[in-house]
Each structure stands twice: as structure tokens, then as C-alpha cells.
Design a protein around this ligand. Structure first.
Ligand SMILES: N[C@@H](CCC(=O)N[C@@H](CS)C(=O)NCC(=O)O)C(=O)O
Length: 208
């Protein structure tokens, strides 16, 4: 099987997929797209992602975009890593549910909060309200240690990255159980390796 190519830029949502790549023991060829030089808007890259956004993955001639979709895809392509419940595993539903809750609900809530946008009609807002999202995150973490209980999965990579980012930038307070959950994730060797590589990439790009 050809190696997937991961188009990445540190300090972006590419960080989620970079961490996923490390959880899989570096299965991707990582190609840096220098956003400071607007390489994400180059004609070549727009053929891969017409949104002109990072991250993107190309595997066997097929492009996958959206950080959550890339993580779900990689978890399925490399099942030996055990980062996705099998199709007939009853935990598969919760796996997808929380993986996609991050970009569908946590992220828009966070962006509205940053922009100080107050939405009145919670019935037509996909994330409902901030209180709804916080309550659902608590439900998802439950007794932990991970979203599916004892087993760490790609859902934790996506959900955890988003939650961690929201806490780093003050959209969600670092209270329990959020802080302990994020602490368990950021202590993972793969997370640390991804962070170290990102620091090296920034130097390579002349940005640090
Ligand atoms: N929905 C996309 C969002 C990707 C995205 O917005 N990436 C930003 C960096 S965090 C980007 O590439 N921005 C560059 C631009 O829009 O020019 C995902 O989840 O992967």
C-alpha cells in the first residue's frame, strides 16, 4: 500500500491529524504547506482541497479533507493500531458520535464565543447553546478515562484536540472533568512527538 500523504501546517487544525499520524507510528509522508506564504491557495493545492485549507490527505489518488474525516479514514486504513471500533462493534456509534460532535458542536460554539456572537434561537443552532455543549462534553467523558471507556481511539484525538484548543484559548474553562481528560491525552507519547515535530517544522519553515 502506498503511504498516504498528509498536507500539514503546524499551529493549525493540521495538528489534530499530525497527532493521529503519530498515534499510528508515522504512517504518512508529511508535506508542509506554508500558510504564511499562502501555499494553501496555490493552484496545485486547490486541486487537492478547493477550500484552500489545511489539513488534507491524499491516498491512492483520493483526497480526504476535514481533520475529523482524515482521522476516521486513517483509523480504518490502519486497523492494526486499534484506534477505531470495528464496523460490527456496538461502540462504533459512540465513536462516530463524539468524533463528529467536535467539529459540529464544540468548534462552532467556540468560534461564536470568540466572535462574541450571541444566538437567540437555540433550536436552529446546531450546537444548541454553550451550556448544552458543556453538558454533552461531560456526558461524553463520563467516568473516562477515554470517550469509549478504557480504550483510547481516534475519537479522542479529534474530540480531545478541539477541547484542548478551546481550553487553551479560554472558550472553555479548565475545570473538571475537562482538565483531567485533556491532561491524559497530552501526556501521550504520540501527542508529545507530534508537538516536537511541529516545533521542528516551524524552524524548517523559518517561522520560529
Ligand atoms: N473544516 C476544516 C477547517 C480547516 C481550516 O480552517 N484550516 C485552516 C487552518 S486551522 C486553514 O487552512 N486556513 C487557511 C485559509 O483559509 O487560508 C477542518 O476541520 O479540517
Amino acid at each position: 500500500m502506498a503511504k498516504p500523504v498528509l498536507y500539514h501546517m503546524p499551529q493549525t487544525r493540521g495538528g489534530t491529524t499530525m497527532w493521529m499520524n503519530e498515534e499510528l507510528d508515522d504512517v504518512c509522508d508529511v508535506k508542509l504547506i506554508n500558510m504564511k506564504a499562502s501555499e494553501q491557495k496555490s493552484p496545485e493545492f486547490l486541486k487537492i482541497n478547493p477550500m484552500g485549507k489545511i489539513p488534507a490527505l491524499v491516498h491512492d489518488g483520493v483526497a480526504v479533507t476535514e481533520a475529523a474525516a482524515i482521522c476516521a479514514y486513517l483509523a480504518d486504513v490502519f486497523p492494526q493500531a486499534g484506534l477505531a471500533p470495528a464496523a460490527n462493534d456496538p461502540k462504533r456509534g459512540a465513536y462516530f458520535r463524539w468524533m463528529f460532535f467536535a467539529p459540529s458542536c464544540i468548534e462552532p460554539m467556540m468560534l461564536d464565543k470568540f466572535a462574541q456572537v450571541k444566538r437567540e434561537n437555540t433550536a436552529s443552532v446546531g450546537y444548541g447553546s454553550e451550556a448544552d455543549v458543556l453538558n454533552a462534553i461531560k456526558t461524553a467523558i463520563g467516568d473516562g478515562p477515554y470517550l469509549l471507556g478504557e480504550k483510547f481511539t481516534a475519537a479522542d484525538v479529534v474530540f480531545g484536540s478541539t477541547l484542548n484548543f478551546a481550553m487553551m484559548f479560554g472558550a472553555i474553562e479548565k475545570t473538571e472533568p475537562f482538565a483531567s481528560y485533556a491532561g491524559r491525552l497530552t501526556a501521550r507519547p504520540a501527542f508529545k512527538r507530534a508537538m516536537e515535530k511541529n516545533a521542528t517544522f516551524m524552524k524548517e519553515l523559518g517561522l520560529e
